[in-house]
Write a protein that binds this ligand. Structure first.
Ligand SMILES: *Cc1c(COP(=O)(O)O)cnc(C)c1O
Length: 495
């Protein structure tokens, strides 16, 4: 299987190379040249398999320059008992006869980013070997919270890699900061930037495009790489859990082979829901893909009108990982829906860069309406949904998951569709203790890791062990820099 660019369909590179590059040089996203097809027999075969076995079988269809044994070893490392607190890695929780919640937060950092970021470092490390690369990859990450920690945890002590994370000084939760500054590993670094997330992100982009820094680093034996969700190595491991959820529903007798299932996904950069789309394109029986946004409802409008327009206020919400106005992975969807028309995609992206908006063709609008439904939930709705789930089911959900659960209710009211539906749970409620406590009617006492115990006393649900361990953990990093000082932090880190 080769990979091409959404902005140049004549490009052909191997899977390992695509993982190593992250982004195509023309600015496009690297995308498989064909979508492998699966059938009932393939799904039957996976139904009795473990999560790592399912992951290896699915990923082998796309990464043909890795062996299935190799992928199985990576998946066992990624999703095994050292890393995942649940033997199923991505278990379903049954809400009622037609509603299931896919819990993706049993990994080391309690957010769904682990599902991909426990695999990507191993895929990258192997890619360096496969492509004969002798330099060390230095991963630069700007994070608003979840990605930075998950990436550090994934890359810690992985051969031939280093990772440096920048986060906005006052822009992450107390638990998120504690998670990052206590990270172990000899190849990790983290620094707070005086400014907001955009400042940190702009700084990282500037370093990436600075030829002088690249040259200095190359002389020292490093090249810069990225772990954000435009890397194919992050999308592919996410395709696995949609197929796995279908197999679990089959195994548990909730559906019969061939029955359609809807997925409802809380969405920011459009990576997670894009993976669900690929699962459908592979032949998984999927009905609707329900795209759930918070108050930043640019995708809701897009799916309803075919006009993508980022010219609107940016809202800081209690589901910060979805506070995004430019959803980068949408480009892969447009490429597929346009019949792989790279010129058309280039046109949309140029228009987005210029005026901040574009309108898709009539045929893309039609295809979007067939497969997707978009909705958004405001802050009050998010709180109400957490409270309702707690009261009616005794089940605690985090703010991001609540957006999905609430939008699913809107969808059912609007359409009357009762197809069995899986909504995706992307973070443990313990990552957002303050909001969750307030939602269930408690006044938070403090704002740091002490809230873990308070939420535990209210809910009786066990605190994930690594979050509980944060309390006694020594701070390893205490670095702060100004925006303009980020370059020097990187150069010091890679001495
Ligand atoms: C990243 C993230 C999302 C959004 O996922 P995308 O792939 O960016 O759409 C949702 N919830 C949580 C908790 C996240 O960390």
């Amino acid at each position: 299987m080769k990979y091409l660019s959404t902005r140049d369909r004549t490009l052909r590179i191997g899977g390992a190379e695509a993982v190593k590059l992250g982004l195509s040089r023309d600015g496009g996203l690297l995308t498989p040249e064909a979508i492998p097809q699966i059938d009932g027999a393939f799904l039957e075969g996976l139904t009795g398999a473990s999560y790592p076995e399912r992951a290896a079988k699915v990923m082998a269809l796309y990464l043909t320059d890795y062996s299935e044994e190799e992928l199985l070893e990576f998946a066992r490392n990624a999703y095994g008992p050292d890393k995942y607190d649940h033997p199923a890695a991505a278990p379903l929780w049954k809400v009622d006869g037609s509603t299931h919640c896919l819990e993706l937060w049993h990994g080391p950092t309690s957010a769904f980013k682990d599902m991909a970021l426990q695999m990507l470092p191993q895929l990258l490390s192997a890619a360096l070997r496969k492509t004969g690369e002798d330099k060390t990859a230095c991963i630069l990450v700007a994070t608003s919270g979840d990605t930075g920690k998950a990436a550090m945890e994934g890359f810690a002590d992985v051969a031939q890699t280093n990772i440096m994370v920048f986060y906005p000084k006052d822009g992450v939760s107390a638990v998120q900061e504690a998670q990052m500054v206590t990270q172990e590993g000899d190849n990790v670094g983290v620094c707070a930037v005086v400014g907001n997330f955009d400042d940190a992100q702009a700084g990282v982009k500037r370093i990436f495009s600075d030829e002088a820094i690249r040259k200095t680093l190359a002389d020292r034996g490093y090249f810069l790489s990225s772990a954000n969700s435009i890397n194919w190595g992050r999308i592919l491991p996410q395709v696995v859990y949609y197929i796995s959820a279908y197999c679990d529903l089959l195994r548990d007798g909730e559906i019969r082979m061939g029955d359609k299932v809807n997925f409802c996904v809380p969405t920011g950069n459009f990576g997670d829901i894009l993976a669900a789309y690929y699962a459908w394109r592979m032949g998984l029986p999927v009905g609707k893909l329900i795209c759930a946004s918070n108050q930043n409802d640019v995708l809701t409008d897009f799916l309803r009108t075919g006009v993508y327009d980022k010219n609107r206020p940016f809202h800081t919400t209690m589901s910060p990982s979805m506070d995004i106005l430019v959803s980068s992975n949408l480009e892969r969807l447009l490429f597929d829906l346009s019949g792989e028309n790279d010129a058309e995609v280039r046109g949309y992206m140029e228009s987005l860069n210029g005026s901040g908006r574009y309108e898709v063709s009539g045929s893309i609008k039609k295809a979007l309406a067939e497969r997707f439904w978009g909705g958004f939930l405001d802050e009050a709705g998010t709180m109400e949904t957490i409270a309702r789930y707690y009261k009616d089911c005794g089940y605690l959900i985090d703010t991001h998951t609540a957006v999905a659960a609430g939008v699913l209710e809107q969808y059912r009211r609007a359409t009357g569709d009762r197809t069995p539906t899986v909504f995706v749970s992307t973070a443990s409620p313990y990552k957002f203790c303050g909001h969750v406590l307030r939602a269930v009617g408690q006044e938070p006492k403090g704002d740091g890791v002490e809230l873990l115990d308070q939420l535990n006393a209210v809910s009786g649900v066990a605190v994930p062990r690594r979050l509980a361990a944060l309390k006694g953990k020594a701070r390893r990093f205490d670095l702060t820099c100004e925006k303009a000082g980020m370059d020097n932090v990187v150069l010091d880190f890679l001495k």
